[in-house]
Design a protein around this ligand. Structure first.
Ligand SMILES: [Zn+2]
Ligand SMILES: [Zn+2]
Length: 165
């Protein structure tokens, strides 16, 4: 997947909800952070981070969109348990581009994407493709100041500190 960079195993030992192997920390477009399973290549993201990273990536893509895949209602029946709190995740159709089904943990504010789903979202047709958009740096800073971050966000900030300092 273009723009994805693997940083190595996440030191908290957060595991893939499907394969139970320790997820790798990744960056997307060298800015957005998430986790990826080294085995099934599924992705775990903070919900806001996912939305922002998709908006950003779609805005700078130069590739033509791919035809929209069919929504598969069968996928709504799958059951995924959150990697962090072990609660059952909510499975629903993503309301952004791509006709995909995602799993969300509201408590941890996380989403899980199976392999290939992010590509569908990135490559789906839409008017936002190729519209210039900045990385949400200023927004990020505002958020940090105004409200508490989720546990996972805070651990990312700490982690990234240890990676890049
Ligand atoms: Zn996996
Ligand atoms: Zn959770």
């Amino acid at each position: 997947m273009e723009g994805l960079r693997v940083l190595g195993e996440n030191p908290q030992g957060i595991k893939c909800p499907q394969c139970k192997v320790v997820l790798n920390l990744i960056t997307f477009d060298d800015f957005f952070q998430g986790y990826q399973c080294p085995k099934c290549e599924g992705l775990l993201f903070n919900r806001t981070t996912f939305r922002e990273s998709i908006d950003f990536h779609r805005s700078r893509t130069k590739e033509p969109p791919e035809p929209l895949g069919k929504f598969d209602p069968f996928e709504l029946g799958r059951v995924t348990f959150c990697s962090v709190c072990s609660q059952k995740m909510e499975t629903f159709q993503y309301n952004g581009p791509g006709n995909i089904v995602i799993d969300t943990c509201h408590q941890c504010d996380l989403i899980w994407l199976d392999f290939g789903e992010i590509t569908k979202v990135v490559n789906a047709p839409g008017r936002d493709r190729g519209l210039p958009r900045k990385k949400p740096v200023e927004k990020e800073q505002e958020k940090k100041e105004e409200k508490k971050r989720s546990v996972i966000d805070q651990s990312f900030i700490d982690l990234l500190g240890s990676f890049f300092n």
